[in-house]
Design a protein around this ligand. Structure first.
Ligand SMILES: [Zn+2]
Length: 301
């Protein structure tokens, strides 16, 4: 692959690439697949041929979008793009080191944060007072907190695989209304949340599928076993495979309280295709998601 070919890939129309990936682009916007989005926060710039999310800060060009969306390395993303758009690449010569970027997650750098979790007053307020999350759930999820150089308080959310290996970190801004709302270290794989719970399931158990971490904590606090899909926007290929494996290897019943909005119902329908017996639970009027429902049913502390 030479510079000219690379430029061809960078010049592929960004909105076309997004649609090829399965995003629904309307008026140069779509729901952002990198956070739990309900308001089409991802904007496309035809002039810069790039995308930017004003909520989670995800941004880049055609190649970045494919890398991030399909969890591919730089070269594989280039190959995918070339393949989808009939661009012919000469075989890649790995001597040009300027094409190499760090894309894998450096777990060693983050692991120790979660060994001794610490909750700042802002994090305690967010978890215990605003959301009434059970302290046992906070310990199980190893939630911790930190302050950046500017003094902004963040909640740090670890993602583990089924074997308990740290595979990603999601930082959530604890300052109300502040942007970006989320930050992810390079290479973080924040797809399905709370995978270690799978080792605690027994045949016949009910497993709830929620949208995003906060609903998952609420569901766990309500005494249910739960995992979370990161975003209602779109299920990634890997997530679909994992759910299919779960459905075929564990005898579980799957349950869901879809958010009371269009992305919520769309996620339910998408999941139902993978898990045909998925049980739909209706949230009562006035509760847009399970967190709100949980708050309305749990007594104040
Ligand atoms: Zn986003």
């Amino acid at each position: 692959m030479d510079k000219f070919e690379l430029q061809q890939l960078r010049d592929l129309p960004i909105e076309g690439v997004a649609e090829r990936l399965g995003l629904r682009v309307k008026m140069h916007k779509s729901l952002c697949p990198f956070h739990d989005d309900h308001h089409a926060s991802l904007s496309f710039s035809v002039r810069r041929n790039g995308y930017r999310c004003f909520v989670c800060g995800a941004s880049g060009g055609t190649i970045d979008l494919v890398m991030k969306y399909l969890s591919k390395g730089f070269l594989d993303a280039c190959r995918w793009l070339a393949d989808e758009h009939n661009v012919i690449l000469t075989e890649y010569q790995p001597q040009s080191s300027d094409l190499c970027q760090q894309t894998s997650f450096d777990a060693k750098r983050y692991e120790h944060f979660f060994e001794r979790p610490w909750l700042s007053p802002e994090a305690r307020q967010f978890l215990f007072e605003e959301r009434r999350i059970d302290a046992r759930v906070v310990r199980w999820c190893r939630l911790t907190s930190w302050k950046d150089k500017q003094g902004v308080a963040w909640l740090q959310i670890p993602y583990y695989d089924r074997e308990g290996k740290l595979i990603g970190v999601q930082n959530r801004n604890l300052v109300k209304g502040a942007l970006p709302r989320f930050r992810f270290p390079i290479g973080s794989q924040c797809s399905i949340y709370n995978l270690p719970i799978l080792n605690r399931l027994r045949p016949g158990d009910e497993l709830y599928i929620t949208e995003g971490c906060s609903d998952c904590w609420a569901m766990l606090s309500a005494g249910h076993k739960a995992i979370a899909i990161p975003s209602a926007t779109l299920l990634k290929h890997n997530d679909v495979e994992l759910l299919q494996t779960l459905a075929s290897t564990l005898s579980l019943t799957f349950h869901m309280f879809p958010d009371r909005d269009e992305p919520g119902e769309r996620l339910f329908l998408q999941l139902q295709k993978i898990l045909p017996d998925l049980v739909h639970h209706q949230l009562p009027p006035g509760c847009k998601d399970f967190s709100e429902y949980y708050l309305s049913t749990s007594a104040p502390i």
